[in-house]
Design a protein around this ligand. Structure first.
Ligand SMILES: NC(=O)C1=CN([C@@H]2O[C@H](COP(=O)(O)OP(=O)(O)OC[C@H]3O[C@@H](n4cnc5c(N)ncnc54)[C@H](OP(=O)(O)O)[C@@H]3O)[C@@H](O)[C@H]2O)C=CC1
Ligand SMILES: CC(C)(CO)C(=O)C(=O)O
Length: 314
């Protein structure tokens, strides 16, 4: 049987954590694994391999079967894990066009409520598995990823436009890689549950340069976090996503699953003054959804302006 080729694009916090597991546990007779990294990350991976600092792995280093610095150089993949920030998504999808086939399965491992729809706009033929992830892992230095707290978790679902697509081998790969995952026919509720958490906590932690713990427990921050959650809930309700009625309380409780001082990626990026950050993925998207649905989102609007001012963006 032909070996399945798995490509992991982006070896940062998420790609480094999940990619490490896939590499460590790969069954070499069944799969080959490629990493695609750029710039300094590529050079570090070429020199030292991928390092994952995690209590789950006493051996910290691994190597993929192949390493590429450009997507277009790799052989045709059967499965692509897209592990980049949303502002790099369209660029990655454009480059993928020339190397994938209709049979390639795309698994985005990213935050955001509409990532699978955005991929579909560029790659209309492929099977795209809508997903969300929970993990606290960040780049310590290029090629070195640090994971803290609980085991990372992936929730993935069927592509509603390719609902008969055979996915057993993908689930078997996740299983063999000892990745904590859940597979659902419809993962949309889970995606919105993650979105309501990370968009609200992310925006407030970015405003105060605070942790997940502070954004959900400090009285003033908690109040702002809850108000943004409420605005997202109204959007989800109007879109008939099916979030639980007590989703705001459930989501606040979820924060205790993370070590108190866990940062969020948007907090780190905005407070490092990075012009590329996830403000549009969270605040921009909430405002866009609300405008289309004729809903008011004053708290999200306010924090959006405050964060733009912090970044000195008009
Ligand atoms: N980190 C976390 O704990 C969590 C993150 N998420 C989400 O997961 C997604 C990924 O986040 P995260 O891993 O933290 O992001 P990182 O910034 O840590 O990693 C993304 C990596 O992708 C690389 N990259 C971007 N474009 C390309 C390309 N064309 N070719 C090769 N490499 C590329 C970047 O390279 P370069 O360094 O050169 O820019 C970077 O190394 C985001 O949507 C985030 O919101 C979700 C849950 C938890
Ligand atoms: C909060 C966290 C770490 C949770 O998975 C996350 O999603 C992020 O920082 O983007």
């Amino acid at each position: 049987m032909k070996k399945k080729h798995i490509a992991i694009i982006g070896l940062g916090g998420v790609g480094g954590y999940f990619g490490f597991k896939i590499c460590q546990n790969k069954l070499s007779e069944k799969h080959t694994v490629s990493f695609v990294a750029r710039g300094e990350t590529y050079r570090k991976l070429q020199a030292d391999g991928l390092t994952l600092l995690s209590e789950e792995h006493p051996n910290h280093r691994t190597q993929a079967d192949a390493l590429f610095q450009n997507i277009v150089e790799m052989p045709r993949p059967d499965l692509v894990l897209i592990c980049v920030k949303e502002y790099d998504l369209e660029n990655v999808c454009q480059q993928l066009k020339s190397v994938i086939s209709e049979d390639t399965i795309i698994l985005p491992m990213m935050n955001g409520a509409d990532i699978h729809e955005r991929i579909r706009l560029v790659l209309p033929e492929q099977t795209i598995l809508p997903s969300c992830i929970y993990v606290a892992s960040h780049i310590k230095s290029k090629g070195v990823v640090e994971h803290k707290g609980k085991s990372g978790k992936l929730i993935l679902g069927r592509d509603q436009e390719h609902s008969k697509r055979q996915l057993d081998w993908v689930l078997e790969l996740l299983e063999n890689s000892k990745i904590n995952y859940e597979f659902k026919d419809n993962s949309l509720v889970d995606i919105w549950e993650k979105f309501i958490f990370i968009a609200s906590v992310g925006l407030v932690s970015a405003k105060y340069n605070s942790s997940i713990g502070e954004a959900c427990n400090n009285p003033q921050q908690k109040d702002e976090t809850k108000r943004i959650m409420q605005e997202i809930k109204e959007i989800a309700d109007k879109k008939e996503i099916g979030l639980a009625t007590d989703i705001v309380d459930q989501t606040l409780a979820k924060s205790s699953a993370f070590p108190y001082d866990t940062p969020t990626s948007i907090q780190l990026d905005i407070n490092a003054g990075k012009k590329h950050n996830e403000l549009e993925l969270f605040a921009g998207a909430i405002i866009k959804y609300a405008t289309a649905l004729q809903l008011a989102t004053p708290y999200t609007q306010q924090i959006y302006q405050e964060l733009k001012a912090k970044l000195n963006v008009a």
